[in-house]
Design a protein around this ligand. Structure first.
Ligand code: FAD
Length: 679
């Protein structure tokens, strides 16, 4: 008997205008794609998750401790796979494609080794990095305190230098200085990279980074003077032990201060690079890039599940003959789906450009050139903020598009949506707005803001976009519209801030007064980067890339640009309308182009999500299996749920519930009431 769902999926796959494997090679690079596939296969074999008719272990009933044990089991397999096969695929993601800090070992390559390399001297790097890379120690990153999250400068934990013993004394002086949140800190890590205020001769020199051993490597007990614990269940990330720590005058060697950019000598004298603070937080740049990329993958996972589900799920009809219609055919469904698919691709392309710029900064810094640091800092903050917000909103939207089934744990959505939303929270600062204001305050606009000089005035500028009809699909035309919005909104808010300052407000107060306009200006500046970066990446594809791939990527870029401006569902669309550059006639034309693009891209939907190459096991979704046999999987997994297995053993009776509550409920004595009910 042919399976209708499998057949529908086959047809949807065959309708594509391009080969999804070739697309995968275009977005990942051929070698990386192969490495990615084989690494996931190896790990899924080792974790016994390759058989997709079996309920994935993450859906077993588990309490806090069992969830952590499962996180340790899987995290260990994944970390060891990386070491044994010299493979970097799982350095930043888990076997489910979440950001690596969802695993107890995941902070090591993400937020322990990179800052050590960035802030440590050559000897310190040689001492600590090989130990961490080989998994001989387990590292975490300890910054956030009960009283201090976003505001890192407020950190209260102290590291006071004791000249007598050549040691720093680490101490939590107040309740609010309790370290709270660090991944891996609660019960797993042996060492942590600690952010604490350095006190030398009674003088507070601000926040510095230290390496600190926190547990004995022999019996694993917290070292004397250290209280450690797990912070309990979270919305997601329950396979790892976000923890708390309180330090009571704990001594560490002076040489555990990371000393590439600052030094404390044996006699207690302090020297530092004037750029120390900027360089100290430079380690965060790569972290932000990693977060942005991981959030993009999680959005792509959610969209893969929803697209597959939408192809086989039939409800209602569009046919005059009353034949059932797959929900993907409904415009409301596929317009949201394809706009989000476009965003996921554009997000990855933009990340590639930002990552290249960040790598360029790194090599410049090795030659002592830090000139592009402020720009890259702004770029990474802005991209991270945009990608994580887009992914969190998009994953939630994708969940809703699967109706009630998207609300099931075994759909995979609760974990994806709840874990990707955390990426908006950590590394949360947004420097873009301040950067724009500084740019205008400077004598000459920085290079990345130079495009703004083409739009010198705000109120008097009555330019109107000259593109119309199909010309609005052109990337150049869209770029001009994005540039115009970014320039005018930045210039306008700068003038507003200046006016508030002239009226007697401090800069901080003025910025707070105009915070919403600043937010729009920051988003506009980042989105114009994102658009230009995506176009750049498209133009940089190797000449051998099939033209069908280039065509579809070009369409996704147009769809991204047009929907940002003209879709009624886009929250920032109105920001394009200022100063009459875009008129109602443009909007009408754009909506027509969007409609046409949606029709032409619809047959490519499955191939576009296949190209991300997520294995069934990594999606862990009964709705998202590649073959489309969704009903079979839903039912098989549902039957294997521990509650149903347990009931089946007792003839279909959920025994504990029956004995403890249901039977007493049904049999309760109602003789004191005048109740006539009798079976
Ligand atoms: C899953 C997860 C993992 C984490 N892992 C780690 C880790 O490994 N190590 C670690 O050290 N920490 C970790 N954290 C902590 C994380 O870095 C903090 O939660 C984050 O920095 C935000 O701080 P907060 O929670 O104190 O929020 P707050 O700073 O209190 O922010 C609350 C709200 O106020 C707003 N706000 C705050 N200050 C300002 C301002 N100046 N201007 C405008 N708005 C403002 C914020 O935008 C937010 O909306 C983790 C957090 C999560 C959720």
């Amino acid at each position: 008997m042919t399976n209708r769902n499998v057949q529908a999926m086959d047809e949807a796959r065959r309708s594509a205008s391009f080969d999804s494997k070739k697309m995968a090679e275009a977005i990942y690079g051929r070698e990386e794609h192969n490495r990615h596939i084989t690494a996931f296969q190896r790990v899924e074999q080792a974790l016994d998750t390759a058989d997709n008719m079996k309920l994935p272990p993450c859906y077993r009933d588990m309490n806090r401790q069992e969830l952590l044990l499962e996180g340790l089991r899987t995290g260990k397999v994944v970390y060891e796979d990386g070491v044994d096969n010299n493979c970097g695929v799982f350095e930043y993601v888990t076997h489910h494609g979440s950001l690596a800090n969802a695993s107890p070992f995941g902070l090591m390559r993400f937020l322990f080794i990179p800052p050590v390399k960035q802030l440590g001297t050559d000897e310190q790097i040689a001492q600590w990095v090989p130990l961490a890379e080989a998994g001989k120690i387990i590292g975490s990153y300890t910054q956030t305190e009960l009283g201090h999250g976003t505001q890192v400068r407020g950190i209260e934990t102290t590291a006071t230098f004791d000249k007598e013993t050549d040691e720093f004394v680490i101490h939590s002086p107040t309740l609010s200085s309790t370290k709270y949140w660090p991944g891996g800190l609660g019960v797993v890590s042996t060492h942590t990279l600690l952010m604490a205020r350095m006190i030398l001769d009674g003088k507070d020199l601000g926040v510095h980074a230290f390496i600190m051993q926190i547990r004995s490597l022999d019996n694993f007990k917290p070292l004397p003077g250290i209280e450690l614990g797990d912070i309990g269940m979270k919305m997601a990330y329950n396979g790892t032990d976000n923890g708390y720590a309180i330090f009571n005058h704990v001594r560490i060697p002076r040489t555990n201060l990371l000393m590439r950019h600052c030094q404390v000598a044996r006699d207690g004298s302090y020297t530092s690079n004037p750029l120390r603070q900027k360089l100290a937080f430079g380690g965060m740049l790569s972290g932000r890039g990693i977060i942005a990329r991981a959030a993009t993958f999680q959005l792509a996972q959610a969209l893969t599940i929803t697209t597959r589900y939408s192809v086989i799920r039939q409800q209602g009809t569009l046919s005059p003959l009353g034949e059932p219609t797959a929900i993907i055919a409904y415009k409301h469904q596929h317009s949201r789906l394809l706009s989000l698919i476009a965003k996921s691709y554009i997000s990855l392309l933009a990340w590639k450009s930002a990552n290249a710029a960040s790598a360029d900064l790194k090599s410049r810094q090795e030659r002592g050139d830090h000139s592009t640091l402020p720009y890259i800092h702004m770029l990474m903050c802005g991209l991270k903020a945009w990608s994580t917000q887009t992914a969190a909103d998009g994953a939630e939207e994708a969940r809703k598009m699967c109706g009630g089934y998207g609300y099931l744990a075994i759909s995979g959505f609760p974990e994806i949506a709840a874990s990707v939303t955390a990426t908006c929270t950590f590394e949360g600062e947004n420097f873009v707005a301040k950067y724009l204001l500084k740019g205008f305050d400077a004598k000459k606009l920085p290079a990345d803001m130079a495009y703004m000089s083409e739009y010198e005035t705000v109120a008097e500028d009555k330019e109107v976009c000259c593109a119309a009809g199909e010309d609005l699909l052109a990337h150049d035309a869209l770029q001009e519209i994005f540039d115009y919005r970014a320039a005018t909104s930045a210039r306008e808010v700068h003038e507003a801030v200046k006016a508030s300052e002239r009226a007697g407000k401090s800069r901080l107060e003025a910025e707070n007064t105009h915070a919403l306009q600043l937010h729009v200006a920051a988003r506009a500046h980042i989105e114009r980067f994102i658009l230009s970066a995506a176009v750049w990446q498209l133009n940089c594809l190797p000449a051998a890339t099939p033209s069908a791939i280039k065509t579809v990527l070009g369409r996704l870029i147009s769809l991204f640009g047009l929907t940002a401006i003209a879709s009624p569902l886009e929250p920032f669309a109105s920001s394009f309308l200022g100063y009459g550059y875009i008129t109602s006639s443009h909007l009408k034309d754009m909506q027509k182009q969007i409609d046409d693009l949606l029709e032409v891209l619809l047959p490519d939907a499955i191939a576009l999500t296949d190209a991300w190459s997520f294995s069934d096991a990594s999606l862990a979704s009964a709705l998202g299996c590649a073959d489309g046999d969704i009903c079979a999987r839903l039912l098989a997994w549902t039957r294997q749920l521990p509650i149903n297995v347990e009931a089946a053993k007792n003839g279909g009776v959920f025994k504990k519930g029956w004995e403890e509550n249901i039977r007493p409920f049904l049999n309760r004595d109602l003789s004191h009431l005048d109740v006539k009910a009798k079976l």
